[in-house]
Design a protein around this ligand. Structure first.
Ligand code: ZN
Ligand code: ZN
Ligand code: ZN
Length: 162
């Protein structure tokens, strides 16, 4: 099962269930409260492998009667981001569910500029050319945001079909 390679066709229902299971278990093990709103926000983000803005999430919560004030969604997102269930995609100012929940990692994103699909890879910013250059100049990398923009396989197909 290749989670994280979200551009590929996969069994998305089990992809969502698995991620929710991981979150449930992690929160239980660490005595964290996965409240109804937090869990629902995670579920909304897991619904698509796309980045979703806070206000779109809020609109959905509102429609479901779970909350109507921005702090409700921002607090839930803060919780989910701080425990690595969700990442912020700076480039889109939006959020995406993590594909490697429960593992400590540095995410890197491939973002489709046509459909906003986001695929997450794991990277190690301290490795590779970037890390080597940093070491050379005596810089200690603590955190790196890697976001690559391009066109996903399905949008490339659509383009070719026209
Ligand atoms: Zn999926
Ligand atoms: Zn992640
Ligand atoms: Zn696309």
């Amino acid at each position: 099962m290749s989670r994280g390679i979200s551009f590929e066709k996969h069994d998305h229902a089990s992809c969502v269930n698995e991620a929710l299971d991981v979150a449930d278990q992690f929160c239980k093990a660490h005595k964290l409260q996965l409240t109804k709103v937090r869990r629902r926000v995670l579920e909304i983000l897991l619904g698509q492998h796309k980045a979703i803005g806070a206000y779109d999430i809020l609109a959905q919560l509102k429609a479901e009667g779970l909350g109507s004030q921005p702090p409700v969604v921002y607090r839930a997102l803060d919780f989910l981001v701080s425990h690595n269930f969700v990442h912020k995609v700076e480039k889109l100012n939006a959020y995406v569910a993590c594909s490697h929940s429960g593992q400590h990692h540095s995410p890197a994103f491939m973002i489709c500029r046509m459909c906003d699909a986001v695929a997450e890879m794991q990277t190690s910013p301290k490795a590779g050319v970037f890390g080597a250059t940093a070491r050379e100049i005596g810089f200690e990398i603590e955190n790196a945001v890697i976001e690559a923009e391009g066109i996903c396989p399905s949008c490339q197909k659509d383009d070719a079909a026209q």
